[in-house]
Design a protein around this ligand. Sequence first.
Ligand SMILES: CC(C)(COP(=O)(O)OP(=O)(O)OC[C@H]1O[C@@H](n2cnc3c(N)ncnc32)[C@H](O)[C@@H]1OP(=O)(O)O)[C@@H](O)C(=O)NCCC(=O)NCCS
Length: 309
Amino acid sequence: MTVIVRDLRPDAPAEIEGFIRVRHAALPYVFFSPESLRHAISLSHPRAHARKLVAEEDGEIIGTAQVGLAHESPVPGQGFLNVYVDPARTGRGAGALLVRTAEEHLAAHGATNLFAWVVDEPGNRAFAERHGYRPSRSAHFLRLDLAHTALPPLQDPPPGIELRTAADFADDPRPLFALDAAVAADEPGDIDVEFTDYEAWVAETWRYPHLDLELTSVAVADGHPVAFSVAHTNGAGRYGTGMTGTVRDHRGRGLAKLVKNHSLHRARAAGYTEAYTGNDSDNGPMLAINQWFGYEIRATEVRYVRAVG
Ligand SMILES: CC(C)(COP(=O)(O)OP(=O)(O)OC[C@H]1O[C@@H](n2cnc3c(N)ncnc32)[C@H](O)[C@@H]1OP(=O)(O)O)[C@@H](O)C(=O)NCCC(=O)NCCS
């Protein structure tokens, strides 16, 4: 049967479901819902030239690709293509067709470097290498069994630090934007991010449909947020960390552990049974913190890069 590649039709619920089914089958550690997918589609900055592609066979979605330019990077021409094929439907040419369609689109919009996350399995790595990509850094997906793991006991904040939640900033989230921008700049990664656009942050991060303001913990010093752990929940047992960060001047004081522990304790009390997170494999401090909580590495993705043009 013939495999075709085309753009996802976001108005068709069956298309959204098909996209999510493939993504969860290929990598269950990254959470998608119809709301989160529609939210991502609605953002599409014009400079990102973003597309959501699907590979279809006999009317069924068997592969997906998220494609675009990293418009928040200070370096121009950084393109990304993240291709996932249903593990039960590999070997039919869907992956190669998705890659070709994505590369043509990115080249047409001036990409000079292409970045692709690849699930760390020999077949996937060989596929990327055959297409001219070279491995670079990697990132882990971690899971904590919240229902059956004893969390570290709740600690009191150190002197001068108060604990709040993101809900306390609902009227004016700008201080949390400033904190997020400061810590994201220090997160290890291969595409530097720099976010300066408050309205874009509100649309993307603050209005993310699974952001849980009550379960997001914030440490405040002298009225300013200095550390936070951002909770994403689906209302059905699944809790994920969007970001944990501490501003430079307050690092090494246990604040990341403090905020994340408070968030996890409250998530468990609210009935969440599984916690997920993802860390760059060079992020020693964050991996140490997550190990302390009892998170276990469940999967790894390798970032593959190809220079073009
Ligand atoms: C990672 C980060 C959140 C840590 O914040 P913090 O408030 O300094 O963290 P804490 O003080 O609570 O705990 C740090 C722990 O890491 C340990 N640690 C520090 N550097 C380490 C390293 N290179 N390797 C291993 N462990 C390390 C510390 O010893 C400490 O553990 P301890 O309490 O047993 O001594 C902070 O550095 C940050 O904001 N980084 C940029 C954003 C980021 O990468 N966030 C994570 C995204 S996934």
